[in-house]
Design a protein around this ligand. Structure first.
Ligand code: NAD
Ligand code: 6OD
Length: 488
């Protein structure tokens, strides 16, 4: 029997791909083989979409809301019951420290089902009474129905978490899904099929097709006319390609895309909190968090101290095997991504950056030599138009630049085509409330980073996304709404 982590999951059953092709899932820790993945062909994608459509009409579509939400909540227990399996699979695919995945990826991957079940259970429509010329009046009320078959295209940085962030609300709202996990991290999406079956999710509600983007499962899926809407997390350029296909048939999209997020550190910050928070926002998950900071602006009087403390923090990070308790930073996702990040490291030096720390590949011994390791890196001294300041790197690195006043730093923070997130560090509440609304980003944190209340709107401005998900904002995307107007 093949390992389910490398199999497609269609209509409640695991199967190899009709393409007849496989690809290797390689560990970014040491280059070893994690498993073999069966690439879905166009006919698999077609079968998955057809199964999803049939389930919409069948038991899932006709099930009472309370029963549906009971099943969605059971997924939380189902994942928790196999916590160690999900943890091991996520860690094997990504190389991230067990300490991180056990606190973030798997618990949030499960919790996403609970929060949206609760939100759907408590959600109510709107009603409006209106006068009419004849004096009898009319009443309007809204009704919702599932949007249909949702294509869910996922990235590799927080695989289970970012997948269930979309599948959770989609299923709670009564939709069916076809998931295309990243080719780098196929395992937990595939394993979730077993949990779906075990808690009684009807066949066809949740489907998984493996493969790549162009010319493969990703493109086949977003082009499929049986897909009603597309929810995607990934790079902005990929979003552009998907949107072109979504235009055929005028399908709705929800996009969570790339960023080049700033952090703003005012001289009146609590220095310990600002350093601790910025260390996390720059280096957590080896810098592979869409919300992560790559541009740090520090008010001049505290610039030198802040840079020195960040250097000290970065040099204290420990790269190593995920299971080692001392490990605080894992590898990048792949050697391809390592090449990209190291390209930026070289470019920074060529452009005359001061390398405060890092800039290369750590020597972790022969065993890890084939892993995708890079050093945590900090630069200063680059011009504002350097590619290091303008382009998303998605690695454990940042550039730190001094500023002199609020207007200047607001202009610098907004000087980007992206607009995902920003952290502002200040103990002056008036300043926090004054500056935050002026930053053109969807998610603004004051004296914190990645502090998530799942009821709040989440998403990016400008080229960082389209739409917002989270809380009732997810329901806007995953449901179709009608107004019923009754003349009295
Ligand atoms: P990516 O865009 O390369 O790939 C994402 C997914 O899209 C993968 O499953 C891939 O196979 C698929 N894909 C690629 N081309 C496609 C096509 N033409 N049609 C259909 N599917 C296609 O992104 P990635 O490298 O996996 O993830 C890193 C990127 O994701 C970064 O830019 C990061 O900022 C972004 N991201 C954003 C958020 C957010 O919430 N805004 C969250 C996580 C990651
Ligand atoms: O916390 C979330 O809900 C979320 N979507 C996080 C995204 C992180 C990006 O890497």
């Amino acid at each position: 029997m093949d390992d389910v982590r490398g199999l497609n999951f269609i209509n409640g059953e695991y199967r190899r791909g009709s393409s007849g092709k496989t690809f290797d899932n390689i560990s970014p820790v040491d280059g070893s083989l994690v498993g073999v993945v069966h690439e879905a062909g166009a006919s698999d994608v077609d079968a998955a979409v057809r199964a999803a459509r049939a389930a919409l009409k069948g038991p899932w579509g006709t099930m009472a809301l309370a029963e549906r939400l009971k099943i969605v909540c059971a997924l939380v227990d189902g994942i928790q019951a196999r916590f160690d399996d999900f943890l091991a699979a996520e860690v094997a695919d990504t190389g991230k420290p067990v300490s991180l995945a056990s606190h973030l990826d798997i618990p949030r991957g499960a919790a996403n089902f609970q929060i949206f079940a609760d939100i759907v259970r408590n959600h109510h429509g709107e009603s409006f009474m209106m006068p009419t010329p004849d004096g009898t009046g009319a009443v309007n009320y809204t009704v919702t129905r599932p949007k249909g078959v949702i294509a869910t295209i996922c990235p590799w940085n927080l695989p289970l978490l970012l997948m269930t962030w979309k599948v959770g609300p989609a299923m709670a709202c009564g939709n069916t899904v076809v998931v295309k996990p990243s080719e780098e991290t196929p395992s937990t999406a595939a394993m979730l099929g077993e949990v779906m079956n075990s808690v009684g999710v009807p066949p066809g509600v949740y489907n998984v097709v493996h493969g790549f983007g162009p010319g493969s499962a990703g493109e086949f899926l977003v082009k499929h006319p049986g897909v009603d809407a597309i929810t995607f997390t990934g790079e902005t350029r990929t979003g552009e390609a998907i949107m072109q296909n979504a235009a055929i048939g005028v399908r709705d999209v929800s996009f969570e895309l790339g960023g080049k997020n700033p952090a703003i550190v005012f001289a009146d910050c609590d220095m310990d909190k600002a350093v601790e928070g910025t260390m996390r926002s720059v280096f957590a998950n080896c810098g592979q968090v869409c919300l992560g900071t790559e541009r740090v602006y520090v008010e001049r009087p505290i610039f030198d101290e802040f840079v020195a403390r960040m250097k000290q923090g970065a040099e204290a990070l420990v790269c190593g095997r995920p299971e080692d308790k001392s490990t605080t930073m894992g590898p990048l996702i792949s050697q391809e991504h390592q090449d990209k990040v190291l390209g930026f490291y070289k470019r920074a030096e060529a452009e005359g950056a001061t390398v405060v720390t890092g800039g290369g590949v750590p020597d972790l011994g022969a065993e890890l030599a084939k892993g995708a390791w890079v050093e945590p890196t900090i630069w200063t001294g680059l011009p504002d138009d350097s590619a290091i300041i303008t382009d998303e790197i998605f690695g454990p690195c940042c550039h730190i630049r001094p500023f002199d006043n609020e207007d200047e730093v607001i202009r610098l923070a907004n000087d980007t085509p992206y607009g995902l997130a920003c952290s502002i560090w200040t103990e002056n509440l008036s300043r926090a409330h004054r500056v935050a609304p002026q930053i053109e980003a969807g998610i603004l944190w004051v004296n914190s980073w990645f502090l998530r209340d799942l009821r709040t709107p989440f998403g990016g401005s400008k080229q960082s996304g389209i739409g917002r998900e989270g809380g009732t904002y997810s329901l806007e995307f995953y449901t179709d709404m009608s107004n019923v107007c009754v003349k009295l």
